[in-house]
Design a binder for this molecule. Sequence first.
Ligand SMILES: CC(C)(COP(=O)(O)OP(=O)(O)OC[C@H]1O[C@@H](n2cnc3c(N)ncnc32)[C@H](O)[C@@H]1OP(=O)(O)O)[C@@H](O)C(=O)NCCC(=O)NCCS
Length: 150
Amino acid sequence: MDILETVKIRALAYGDLDAIVAIDKALLGKERPEYWSMKIELTENRAPMASLVAELDGSVIGFILGDVSGWEYGVPDTIGWIDIIGVHPTYQRKGVARILFKAMVANMKKVGVDSIYTFVNWREFDRLNFFDQMGFQKGDLIHLELKLGT
Ligand SMILES: CC(C)(COP(=O)(O)OP(=O)(O)OC[C@H]1O[C@@H](n2cnc3c(N)ncnc32)[C@H](O)[C@@H]1OP(=O)(O)O)[C@@H](O)C(=O)NCCC(=O)NCCS
C-alpha cells in the first residue's frame, strides 16, 4: 500500500521530542536529546507552520524544520529557510520528505515567502539530488570560511 495515503502532516509540537530524537539517532547513530529539546523550543518562536511532522498511524516518521528569514545574512523576509529535514530510514524513498516539503512551502507562500533557501554540502549527492528533485537551483549566497589554525 502507498503509505502516503495514510501519512498525515501536522505542525511540530514539543511532545514530538522523543520521536525526533529516535529518528535522528536512526539517521546519525547518536542520541542528542538536549540538542533537539533546544531546537524544538526555538521553533515555538519561529514562523508558524514552517516546522512540520509526518505521522503514520500515530507515529512520527519524518520532520521538517523551517523558518522565515528575519534578515539574517542580509536575506529579506520574503525568503524561507529549510533548516533540517529528516525521514526515518525505514520510510525513506516513499515520498514522505516530498510531502513535508510541499506542505511547508504551501504554508510559507501564505505568509508572503517567494523563495526558499537551504545549505547542502556539495559532496553529499543524495541530499543534493533530493533538493534538485524539489526544484532547487544553485543560489546567490556564497559560503565563506575561515580556518582557525591550532
Ligand atoms: C533526504 C531525505 C530527507 C529524503 O527523504 P525521503 O522521504 O526518502 O525523500 P522522498 O522519498 O520524498 O524523495 C523524493 C525524491 O528525492 C530524491 N532522493 C531522496 N532520497 C534520495 C537518496 N538517498 N539518493 C538519491 N536521491 C534521493 C529522489 O529523486 C526521490 O524521488 P524517487 O524516490 O521517486 O526517485 C532523507 O534521505 C533523510 O532523512 N536523509 C538524512 C537527513 C538529510 O540528509 N537531510 C537533508 C539535509 S537537512
